[in-house]
Structures are given as structure tokens and as C-alpha cells.
Design a protein around this ligand. Structure first.
Ligand code: BDR
Ligand code: CA
Length: 317
């Protein structure tokens, strides 16, 4: 079977960076571009990190298009820095990238690529959905042209990680999420309900570092701050592989349990702002607008992730 052709819209971000590496290590996937957005940190740093991580993986032929510097309505908070460090990639210090982002804005790049090959591109959003929301508003014809959209975002039965009710990516730009959820794209949602079951431990990182490789060292240094955060606030010795779990929707969907639901997002601006909720009892009588992952065989996923990263490291990277 031909590999799935994917574009990742991202705000790197420690687990975003791990997602690119995981995609590059997966033969079932062809990573064709990254588009950047503000979120975990500002757009300058997310774009720089995207370029730098691709260089680390000898993949700077993959284009990076810089996107929005601000959410649609909200302001950019500082919550991401507490988790990902001020650089966005923890304690890892990657050299200044030699490559540059392409000249086209991420919104126009997404529109051009999706319209050029209808039904071919699977888009991943692993940051706030600002770029995609604006692309939909600018060129609604991309909606029927996308093959699939895989989103890391939301918390359905689970509580939030940035407010008691909201998950970071949705909370950072709830209006964008609202546009995307109701656009009519075939969506697969990977919420906190499943990502919190996929915990990379410090023992896993040590295991990877038995291979002497810049990628293994990057994973160790990038996850150090991230793991400190989880130790302090979530009381476990490890970190959740939120964004990398999206890749499982393509390469190992059997690890996930999906249900189809009508899912909406609170944009009222109150205490529940950014809350994502499924209509489990179908009281609103609205058709399902997405497939939601509600369970996962978490440890099996983490093993798969480590095996793929080991193969990348052994390949001399
Ligand atoms: C999401 O928030 C970000 O901090 C992570 O990169 C992930 O995309 C998890 O809520
Ligand atoms: Ca992210």
C-alpha cells in the first residue's frame, strides 16, 4: 500500500517535535510539509524549532510554511512555556537552522496543496487550529478536498490540562476549533482521554539512549523539562505522548477505540471556555461530526513509539 501523504500543522513544542521524528520513522507515512502556528510559544520559535528538528533528522528537504502569530480572538498565553520551556523544546539546544521557511504563508500553502490533489492529503493539527480555520474561511473548497483531518485536542470525559474543563490546543484558540469542528471535514479526534494513557517514562528515555545517537540525546534533553512538569504537577515520572499518538490513527488504529459523536466546543468565554463535549445521549439530534478516540492500549503504543525511534537512531541519526 502507498504511504499516507501527510502535512502536520504544529506549534513545536516537545511532543510536536517527537511527532515529526515518529512520522519520519514510519514507512506507512510520507511527511510532506510542516505548517507552523503560535501556541506552546510564539511563531518565531515554533517555526525555528520546526526547521531545526527537521535538520536534526536530515529532513530539511521537507518544506516549512510559517503561519499565524496570534489566535483568532483570544490572546496568546504563557501556559505552553511552563511545560515546554522558553525555547519550546525543553533543554535541547539545536543549532540555528540553515534552512528557511518557504515564502508562502501557511494558510495559502495549505489551500494550494489540498486543492492541487483532492482526496490525497491527510492533515494533522497538533497545535491550535488557527491556520486551518482561516484556510477554511478563505477557501471553503478545501473541505471536500481533504482526505482526513486528525486532531490532537480536546478532553471529552477527561478533565482539562489548562483549565479544569479545557485542553490546551482547543483552549488556545477555541473559535478556530469551533470553525474546524463544524466545517464538515472527516475528523478523527485524539483527546486527552487517550493521550494521558500513553506515558513515556524516564526508563524509556534511558533505553533509547543506549544507542549513541543525536536523536536519542535530543529526546532525552527535550523531554527533561517536560518530565519535570509532569513530576511536579501530575505526580508521575514521565510525560504524555499527546501529539505522537495522532500518528497511531494511521499506523496502528487497532490500538485505539473509536466512537462517532457530535462534539462541540464552548466559545462562550465563561469558565467552560474551550471545553469540548460529546453528545453521548444524542439529545441534540445532530449527526456525528467526528470519530473520537476514547480508549487506547497505552503501553503498546509507547513500545511502538520507542521501537520506531530506536530504528531512526540506529539508521545513524
Ligand atoms: C497539547 O498541548 C501542547 O502543549 C502539546 O504540544 C499538545 O499538542 C496537549 O494538550
Ligand atoms: Ca502541540
Amino acid at each position: 500500500m502507498n504511504p499516507s501523504r501527510i502535512i502536520i500543522d504544529t506549534d513545536p513544542g516537545v511532543d510536536d517535535a517527537l511527532t515529526f521524528l515518529f512520522a519520519l520513522a514510519s514507512p506507512e507515512i510520507q511527511l510532506e510539509a510542516l505548517t507552523t502556528v503560535c501556541g506552546n510559544i510564539g511563531i518565531e520559535k515554533t517555526t525555528r524549532n520546526a526547521l531545526a528538528v527537521l535538520e536534526l533528522a536530515h529532513a530539511s528537504h521537507i518544506p516549512v510554511a510559517r503561519g499565524c502569530a496570534l489566535p483568532l480572538v483570544s490572546t496568546l498565553g504563557k501556559a505552553g512555556e511552563a511545560v515546554h520551556g522558553t525555547s519550546g523544546i525543553g533543554e535541547a539546544s539545536l543549532p540555528e537552522p540553515k534552512s528557511q521557511p518557504i515564502h508562502q504563508h501557511a494558510i495559502d500553502y495549505l489551500i494550494e496543496r489540498i486543492l492541487a490533489e483532492p482526496g490525497e492529503i491527510t492533515l494533522f493539527t497538533i497545535g491550535p487550529m488557527t491556520n486551518l480555520a482561516l484556510a477554511i474561511r478563505k477557501e471553503p473548497r478545501i473541505v471536500p478536498s481533504l482526505k482526513e483531518l486528525i486532531i490532537m485536542g480536546g478532553a471529552i470525559r477527561q478533565g482539562g490540562n489548562v483549565t479544569p474543563l479545557a485542553e490546551f490546543n482547543v483552549h488556545a484558540d477555541p473559535h478556530a476549533a469551533h470553525i474546524v469542528f463544524h466545517a464538515g471535514i472527516p475528523i478523527t479526534l485524539i483527546p486527552l482521554d487517550v493521550t494521558y494513557k500513553c506515558l513515556l517514562t524516564s526508563a524509556d528515555v534511558e533505553r533509547l539512549n543506549r544507542i549513541d545517537s543525536p536523536i536519542a540525546r535530543f529526546v532525552r534533553d527535550a523531554t527533561a523539562t517536560y518530565m519535570d512538569f509532569y513530576r511536579k504537577y501530575e505526580s508521575f515520572d514521565g510525560c504524555a505522548l499527546h501529539d505522537p499518538l495522532t500518528i497511531a490513527a494511521i499506523i496502528a488504529p487497532e490500538l485505539l477505540t473509536f466512537e462517532e459523536h457530535h462534539v462541540d466546543v464552548d466559545i462562550s468565554g465563561g469558565v467552560g471556555n474551550g471545553n469540548t463535549f460529546a453528545d453521548f445521549m444524542n439529545v441534540a439530534k445532530k449527526p456525528a461530526n467526528m470519530k473520537v478516540a476514547l480508549d487506547v492500549r497505552g503501553r503498546e503504543f509507547v513500545e511502538l513509539f520507542i521501537e520506531r525511534m530506536e530504528s531512526l537512531c540506529r539508521a545513524g541519526l
